[in-house]
Design a protein around this ligand. Structure first.
Ligand code: PLP
Length: 393
């Protein structure tokens, strides 16, 4: 006997992974240059040279020490460097003790959901949302409550949100810049969100935590500002990752920030650390704790994502696709050309265009295009998008 839930999760690959694997098989049949894989969010630009230089230097200078265990919550020096960087950039005063290092944003979120959840608790997510939230939240024993998308702007439908907040609401998850819409929440949206959460926390007599999942924090363009959410809402817990900003998804390094001002911050931090322990996520990779903390003020050369976004948005709109303007991350979330996004994705596949149905993100009638690919691939894919559109005329 095994856990049915875990067996189910292990057997059912995500739609994204399914398409990604199909792309590899298809490339073997027709040649990689003829498959236009826009399925997965693997950064297409290399990590900054300084990342490799620091890694090599550390391996040379500390050949034994660098591979050792660190404190469970991460090396104090590395945590201090992350805190200093946040303080410089956001005018805050965090200390090393407010940071818990772990293996990417995925583990950070799992530590937070597992650390916070008590029987009967619920977490609210706004569609379109990163599909793994459901796995992480339910894995922690909580219930995920989804707010349907506000499809004109992909900001927040506040009427639906207010109806969904109940005494069972333990937390609300935001992800801005957003995967899959590419939209950044405006200051107005975040202030309104903070106002509702403050009011409801007071009404129910317990804090409602805002879990801000920010792996795309630095990947923005068009002069859009990403607000530092803890300044707008006190009970914010930040989950971060270097997977996207430094193009290091395989190195598995991220952190949870539990600001000292959060209600019950000592207990929350202890619970996050306890969850990390219980899930076996202690001691994030030692080498990359050091490397990322020495490089955390830089990003990979992310300019290409803006170029890709502009190219795709302009071309797709000319072809008649409806696209909400993205402000960041490296995803586009156009409407599918038929109501059934699964059927649309299948039809795209016939043109060797691999794009992900929006239903898995809680937004049927849309598809996700990951444009973290070489610009040349986008240029060559445009006739395929045109042919796909033509097939509906
Ligand atoms: N959150 C969002 C919104 C993501 O898009 C991803 C990865 O694509 C993650 C979390 C997980 O990131 P990590 O690779 O750091 O675990």
């Amino acid at each position: 006997m095994v856990s049915e839930r875990m067996k189910g999760l292990g057997n059912a690959r995500s739609v994204i992974r399914e398409l990604f694997e199909y792309g590899k098989l298809r490339a073997a049949q027709v040649g990689a240059e003829n498959v236009f894989d826009f399925s997965i969010g693997n950064p297409s630009v290399p990590a900054p040279a300084a990342v490799n230089e620091q890694a090599i230097r550390l391996l040379r200078e500390q050949p034994e020490q660098i591979h050792c265990y660190t404190s469970a919550q991460g090396d104090a020096g590395a945590r201090q460097r992350f805190a200093d960087s946040l303080n410089r950039r956001f005018g805050a005063s965090y200390t090393a003790n407010e940071l818990y290092l772990t293996v990417g944003a995925a583990a950070s979120l799992c530590c937070v959901f597992n650390g916070l959840t008590c029987p009967g608790d619920e977490f609210i997510v706004f569609a379109p949302y990163f599909p793994e939230y459901k796995v992480f939240i339910e894995g922690a024993g909580a219930k995920m409550v989804m707010i349907p998308p506000e499809i004109e702007s992909f900001q927040i439908d506040f009427d639906a949100f207010e109806r969904a907040v109940t005494p069972h609401t333990k937390g609300v998850v935001v992800n801005s810049p957003n995967n899959p819409s590419g939209v950044v929440y405006s200051r107005q949206t975040l202030e309104r969100l903070a106002e509702v959460l403050t009011r409801k926390s007071r009404e129910y007599g317990h804090p409602i935590y805002l879990v801000s999942d920010e792996p795309y924090r630095e990947i923005v363009y068009g002069g859009v500002k990403v607000e530092w959410i803890p300044h707008l809402y006190r009970d914010t817990i930040v989950c971060y990752s270097f997977s996207k900003s430094l193009s290091l998804p395989g190195e598995r390094l991220g952190y949870v920030l539990v600001p000292a001002g959060v209600t019950g911050s000592g207990d929350v931090y202890a619970a996050v650390a306890g969850a990390g322990r219980s899930l076996g996520y202690v001691n994030a990779p030692s080498l990359f704790q050091q490397v990322t903390s020495l490089c955390c003020d830089m990003t990979a050369d992310i300019g290409v994502y803006e170029e890709n976004a502009k190219l795709l948005v302009r071309a797709l709109r000319e072809m008649g696709y409806h696209v909400v303007e993205p402000n960041g991350a490296f995803y586009l979330f156009p409407r599918s050309l038929e109501p059934d996004d699964g059927a649309f994705s299948q039809r795209a596949k016939e043109h060797d265009l691999l794009i992900v149905p929006g239903s898995g993100f809680g937004a049927p009638g849309h598809v996700r295009i990951s444009y973290c690919v070489p610009t040349e691939r986008i240029r060559r894919a445009l006739p395929r998008f045109q042919a796909l559109a033509d097939s509906y005329r």
